[in-house]
Design a protein around this ligand. Sequence first.
Ligand code: ADP
Ligand code: MG
Length: 260
Amino acid sequence: MVYPIRVNNLNWSFNDNKILTNITTKISNNSFTCIIGPNGSGKSTFLKGILKILPPKQNTIHIENEDITKLNYRELSKKIASVPQNTTVDYDFSVMDIVLMGRSPYIKRFQAEKENDFEIAKQAMEMTSTWHLKDRNINSLSGGERQRVIISRALAQQSNILVLDEPISHLDIHHQVEVLNITKELCTTKNFTVIAVLHDLNLAIQYSDYLILINKGHIVAEGSPEKVVTKENIKNVYSIDICMITNPVTGKPHIIPITK
Ligand code: ADP
Ligand code: MG
């Protein structure tokens, strides 16, 4: 399968306000795609469409070649996992409890987790270096630790697609890079397709194979970072002037906002 996610003419309105207009795109297998765009431009709403949180319409969104209208949540959860924007947890769950929640699509109602589910949860935690935290209360963790645990929960779902909404917004640079490295490695070594909303344009350029720039519910540009992050597009969407240089390490574009 070449395109695990295909979106064809996705529209969404709320109280007569058009939030998404004619969104059409395809996400390549094993790619790391970033969605960029100003606050309120429709990025989270777009992800909610893919995750079937918005009421789905036929022939609009295909996940692994299946129309999402034909997939129930259990089936969809085996194909696509998400790390939502707000990962605060109201109850005092242990880290192990949280990660085991990723197994729920595989556990029949009123059944308990089996040995196999604990083993998969353990492997998921090892991939994000959180196994040592398994007995901790989720609310006692630092932001970086919590984010890695939530990623483990998504990995325990054993899907091939991972969607992350602003996964690094509240983290320091060390933990930002740590989370991005973990997710990038899923693409390069574990056959994952990753879509992440990021606000840091330079990190988005550095990590992405593909960028989708959204403004006011429209896709303004999509393609390689070089194609999407141009002075014109940034001025048009963010209303700022930038200077473009070449990142001396990656050879990719690096933007510097021009300030007075
Ligand atoms: P982004 O993630 O790019 O910041 P969102 O997708 O969250 O933007 O929101 C896009 C627009 O849709 C915003 O104007 C927001 O106010 C509006 N919106 C999103 N969800 C709702 C909702 N449940 N009710 C009303 N308006 C909403
Ligand atoms: Mg958002």
